[in-house]
Design a protein around this ligand. Sequence first.
Ligand SMILES: *[C@@H]1O[C@H](CO)[C@@H](O)[C@H](O)[C@H]1NC(C)=O
Ligand SMILES: *[C@@H]1O[C@H](CO)[C@@H](O)[C@H](O)[C@H]1NC(C)=O
Ligand SMILES: *[C@@H]1O[C@H](CO)[C@@H](O)[C@H](O)[C@H]1NC(C)=O
Ligand SMILES: *[C@@H]1O[C@H](CO)[C@@H](O)[C@H](O)[C@H]1NC(C)=O
Ligand SMILES: *[C@@H]1O[C@H](CO)[C@@H](O)[C@H](O)[C@H]1NC(C)=O
Ligand SMILES: [Zn+2]
Length: 462
Amino acid sequence: MRFMMSTSQAILTWSGLCAILSPPILGSAVQLLPPPPILVNFTADVVYNYTGTLNQTKSVTPLVIDTFVDVDRNDLGFWHGPSTSLPAETGHGYVRLFPSDADQNYHTELGPATCFDMRPYQHMYLHLVFSGSTKFSISLNQLNEKCDSRRSPFLETWDSVEAERYARGNDIYVPLDHFLVDQSRTVSVSFHGFFTWDSLTLYKVEIVSEVPWGFYVPPKLENGKLFLHCTRPNSFAFGIDDGLPHLVRDVMEILEEEKILVTFFVVGAGLRDKGANFSSVYKEMLQKGHQIALHSDTHQKIEGLETIKAVDEEIVHNMETFQRELGIQSRYFRPPYGTIGARTRQRLAAYIKDPNIINWSVDVEDWLWKDSKTPERQRDAFFRDVGRGGNLVVMHYLSPTTVRYFKEFIHFIKSLNIDIMRVDQCLEDPDSPPIDPLRYQKPVKYKVQSNRDPGAQEGMAE
Ligand SMILES: *[C@@H]1O[C@H](CO)[C@@H](O)[C@H](O)[C@H]1NC(C)=O
Ligand SMILES: *[C@@H]1O[C@H](CO)[C@@H](O)[C@H](O)[C@H]1NC(C)=O
Ligand SMILES: *[C@@H]1O[C@H](CO)[C@@H](O)[C@H](O)[C@H]1NC(C)=O
Ligand SMILES: *[C@@H]1O[C@H](CO)[C@@H](O)[C@H](O)[C@H]1NC(C)=O
Ligand SMILES: *[C@@H]1O[C@H](CO)[C@@H](O)[C@H](O)[C@H]1NC(C)=O
Ligand SMILES: [Zn+2]
């Protein structure tokens, strides 16, 4: 299935690249007008010269990462391949990808799942030889601080650029310093965030010290920071997404009893639904000190939306609804399904100054197990990810089983003397409310619960 790309193609011919780089307008969210779409204009401002900014005294030789001659390994001898759901045709000297979902990806690794130091190359360019679709994101992925692939999160963060902005003919050159990650800890280059189902063929991925004379490279666009874990030492945060109205009282009661603050990621459409009463509920949550953060307007895989207009609507309507229903603004956004690519990030940054994009490092997997015969596997998932070092949770209140396990999760974290707080607090945001050091008056003992009986709370806390 292919989309007709009439709208997007129209966008390419717009002019006025500079105008859209002007700062966003967070002051008056209700009157927000979408800034014009991000333009693709290859005659844009920045020309990278032949000699570039390469430091001659410390020259490194270019690095061929992948020429796709081997099915399983790239030219560095490390793994490359598509995510399981992405059909790929591998030939001698190319790989052809047939995407059908924004979450599919293809990775080519820079090391054997350990940190690769990209710093000697940081004034150089990532060069791709390709044909076919330009409607995808290119990311440079950063491994966690222990450089350990068994830790959670595996990737600490990544930065993405929009392929289309950098493509010309069959070449793409991206200055490596357009990827704002810790370049001493890179681990792979990946291709993802597809938003048409046209195929993409890759012939070469390499790092080169120069671009062909006259090849125009666009400026870096602002695109926010992506977090998968809390940065404050000894902190832990529950990021709670969508829920069911009839379970919210139970969640509130637990938060009250446990005296913890959390972050709710809230969809605009749900807040507008009068029958659900979420507007009153989240107002009450705000009063009690919880953080309410953006989670899109209608809960779609935003990066997969065909047009920038559709991406913008998901962001703007969520912001407008927050302003109107709750009287708040938020710099925090969790993409539905964790689906995020260059376009969503850029559009967030067009509306919100320094957006913080929040993924997770502890997945309760309630979406997988809550209605299964084995709901206790939500516990297994929680303890597995916490055991690997995860400290930023994704969970929902869509099932009574998840809500009952929630209390046990809290007790376990408290028993480790780890501080539970809002996401903005755990990211050391200077605008977040101060942390109350006397929140828990009593020490908490944790007793292992039976998997079979998540309801039993007796004797868990002292
Ligand atoms: C690209 O930008 C230049 C300079 O701003 C402008 O003159 C030109 O018309 C633009 N080209 C396209 C295709 O929009
Ligand atoms: C590129 O080279 C030209 C000619 O040498 C020079 O005038 C110009 O300033 C250079 N531009 C950059 C961005 O270095
Ligand atoms: C070039 O590399 C040398 C040696 O590492 C360093 O001292 C110098 O500051 C670098 N210059 C630039 C412009 O990066
Ligand atoms: C709606 O939520 C508010 C605040 O939590 C609560 O006081 C009120 O009883 C709720 N109304 C209904 C109809 O559930
Ligand atoms: C969000 O984080 C989880 C856990 O690390 C990961 O599995 C998922 O792929 C991330 N989302 C995206 C879009 O990569
Ligand atoms: Zn969600």
